[in-house]
Ligand binder design. Structure first.
Ligand code: ADP
Ligand code: MG
Length: 333
């Protein structure tokens, strides 16, 4: 693990050298970016007729990641969580800005952080077009810009009564890894490492989001736990839902744990960055095709209902009572 140590003196690196060396290293080839890093503003020509999708996510040291988090994986994660918001909207990534507050200019940390960040940016053709750099507590704030045809966004307020509820990939391994770090449970080192991979390097489901345009009604990405996030769709769409508890796809490591933990962490884990979406029953084959086309597993886990609230059902259709809460920064210590 590389951490930014506090007692070491690094060779003088001016703010401008730092930006040039670590963040302006890639020449932007996207014809939509008329001007990238280096001036007072970046200049962007969105594709004519397309709508911009814009989202910001901030990651705070000690809150969203451990202060000694591996810098490469942190670079990946802070862009991944932003790309995940574009995926949830069905938008294609275009560009992003990076506002960085750093305790000091540690070249080793900056090298790894920028590598992790820019490798994911390149993989999604998402250009770094500007930002801000300042000295202060470690804090990383990214704003991402994407494009989509007007009217095609997968909004939270568009779920319809009768829709199936689906989730992508698998849930709960990131929360399981955290439980391992916090010593809430014991995990074998290999299992812990495997789960931690999901926590440190989430996969933004961009290809699935794009394939779901015109197929899904509503969608969001699961960052604070499935029930809490699904609750946002229910509230915004003014509907209710039931979930088939034991059809929820558990992560590889979590699936080896006891039923109670599987239920808890798939329902209210957090840091999953999978998509939860609703689609008409008549679109089942199309959803499965979207999953195959994007090489992303999709699982049907419930349905949207008229009656408000969220009902959890076992395999026999019997209601299950669980005391669970989703993550909330202001109600969780
Ligand atoms: P200003 O003082 O006009 O805000 P800055 O001196 O902060 O400009 O930044 C100079 C240029 O470097 C700008 O184009 C800005 O967008 C870019 N920039 C600053 N920090 C970053 C960063 N962390 N990543 C990418 N670009 C950055
Ligand atoms: Mg500035």
């Amino acid at each position: 693990m590389t951490s930014p140590p506090h007692s070491v003196q690094y060779p003088m690196l001016s703010e401008f050298d730092l930006i040039k060396r670590y963040f302006a290293q890639h020449s932007v080839t996207d014809p939509r970016i008329a001007l990238g890093i280096g001036d007072d503003c970046a200049l962007v020509n969105p594709t004519p007729g397309m709508q911009l999708a814009i989202s910001t996510d901030m990651l705070v040291s000690g809150r969203h990641f451990f202060p000694d988090a591996d810098a490469f994986m942190l670079g990946h994660k802070c862009l991944a969580v932003n790309l995940s918001d574009l995926a949830a909207m069905g938008a294609a990534p275009m560009a992003f800005t990076l506002a960085l507050s750093l305790p000091e200019a540690n070249p080793d940390w900056l090298e790894k952080f920028s590598q992790g960040l820019l490798a994911l940016a390149d993989a999604h053709q998402c250009s770094l077009i500007g930002g801000d750099t300042t000295k202060g507590p470690l804090n990383i704030c990214i704003t991402v810009f994407g494009e989509l045809p007007p009217g095609s966004a997968l909004r939270r307020d568009a779920a319809q009564v009768g829709d199936d509820i689906w989730v992508s990939g698998a849930l709960g391994d990131a929360r399981l890894a955290l439980a391992g770090y916090w010593k809430e449970i014991h995990l074998e080192p290999a299992a812990h490492q495997q789960a931690a991979q999901r926590m440190h390097q989430p996969t933004p489901r961009i290809a699935l989001g794009l394939a779901l345009r015109g197929v899904a009604n509503a969608a969001l990405d699961i960052s604070d736990g499935l029930i809490g996030d699904l609750g946002h769709i229910l509230e915004r769409s003014k509907v209710g839902a039931s979930l088939q508890l034991d059809s929820l796809p558990a992560g590889l490591v979590l699936s080896q744990q006891a039923l109670e933990l599987r239920r808890k962490f798939t329902l209210a884990g957090g840091d999953d960055y999978e998509l939860c979406f609703t689609a008409p029953v008549a679109h089942r084959a199309k959803v499965i095709a979207a999953g195959s086309a994007s090489a992303t597993p999709v699982t049907r886990v419930g349905c949207i209902e008229q009656a408000p609230g969220l009902r959890l059902l076992d395999d026999f259709g019997q209601p299950v009572q669980l005391q669970l809460s989703s993550f909330d920064h202001f109600s969780t210590p």
